[in-house]
Design a protein around this ligand. Structure first.
Ligand SMILES: [Zn+2]
Length: 354
């Protein structure tokens, strides 16, 4: 089943000419160099002056967990255009996408050429896919991308009647076409504010390109965003428009991450034992219970990349972590990627027993 989907993922998009690709590559090399300079001074890289939509099609696959690891380590939230039958056969991977802070969307039931279907076949295909995604993740899709980008007015009206906004792409990464890591990075370098890029789940070069794609976006003050179901454009993750002016200087002081008022019989105390250029560790010690649940909130765009000595789960934003004891004692920890915000520290919201 995967082979048939993988073999047919090729979208019918025009190929970039070699000359154009070389020119883009040259300009991106310059941008990457600038990105490295900016990364050395994180305080200047914290502003999001615009948002882009990173999208990964054709999942979930056997390597979805590897993709999610790379995305989380780089502080990326992306939109996953899932194939319905892949979701049905791998529900835990679809749930893991949502748990990792990704948005899940409809990419048809089995990646057929939908423009050759009649209206009722289209309706059945998209409904079945919506149901599979909702059943696996609890999230009702609001976005639809037709396989191969092939669409017509009937398909668009069927999608619309199911509450789905059609989203194609502005930039094709060409990952489906054997593009190298540097070519994928170069193609992503063309993204402008509000635009969407086509990438795929299940491709190693795509995963390997993500750190460089993020460095390039960061050097241009572009951040990964969500795709608005009303406009189909990339916007800030909470649905608001990107800021048109930089945030005021004199950032409010972050309160130290220490003891909150005890709630439900335990107290959690956080310390920051290690800080590096791009990340830091938080260690949280719980007193008053051996079976505990601690809720920790992050400040976007900071993201947790690793945890230890607890069982984490996440809310739909990906910025609120609920950590439960797992028999490893009363001290748990996690690593937070700064993603340009070097001053914020996690806030402990509650500590409860059980
Ligand atoms: Zn596809």
């Amino acid at each position: 089943m995967y082979a048939s989907i993988g073999g047919s993922r090729r979208p019918s998009a025009p190929r970039t000419s070699r000359l154009t690709r070389l020119a883009v590559l040259a300009s991106t090399v310059a941008l990457s160099a600038a990105g490295l300079a900016v990364a050395a001074t994180p305080s200047s890289a914290a502003t999001c002056n615009g948002y882009v939509g990173l999208t990964f099609d054709d999942g979930p696959t056997g390597s979805t967990s590897a993709l999610l690891s790379v995305l989380r380590a780089n502080g990326v939230r992306a939109t996953m255009f899932n194939v319905g039958q892949n979701v049905q056969s791998n529900q835990s991977a679809a749930r893991a996408q949502v748990d990792a802070g990704m948005w899940v969307a409809n990419h048809s039931w089995n990646h057929a050429h939908m423009t050759s279907m009649n209206q009722s076949q289209m309706q059945s295909d998209l409904s079945q896919t919506n149901s599979a995604i909702q059943s696996a993740t609890g999230v009702r899709p609001q976005l639809f991308r037709p396989p191969y980008g092939e669409t017509n007015s009937t398909l668009q009206s069927v999608a619309s009647s199911l509450g789905l906004r059609q989203v194609i792409w502005d930039v094709d990464s060409q990952d489906w076409n054997g593009a190298s890591v540097s070519q994928i990075v170069s193609n992503a370098g063309r993204l402008q504010d509000g635009q969407v890029i086509l990438m795929h789940d299940g491709i190693q070069n795509t995963r390997d390109a993500i750190p460089q794609i993020m460095a390039n976006l960061s050097s241009r003050n572009l951040c990964p965003g969500m795709i608005s179901p009303s406009t189909g454009r990339a916007v800030a993750p909470d649905g608001t428009a990107p800021p048109t002016t930089p945030p005021p200087t004199g950032t409010p002081t972050t309160p130290p991450p220490t003891t909150p008022p005890p709630t439900g019989g335990c107290t959690a105390t956080a310390t920051i034992p290690n800080v590096w250029g791009d990340r830091y560790n938080t260690s949280v010690t719980v007193q008053g219970a051996s079976n505990w649940t601690v809720v920790v909130a992050l400040t976007p765009p900071q993201r947790v990349s690793t945890t230890w000595n607890g069982s984490p789960s996440w809310d739909s934003t990906g910025y609120v972590m609920t950590m439960r004891s797992n028999g490893s004692g009363n001290t748990f920890g996690f690593t937070t990627m700064m993603n340009g915000n070097s001053s914020a520290r996690p806030q402990i919201r509650s500590c409860t027993t059980g």
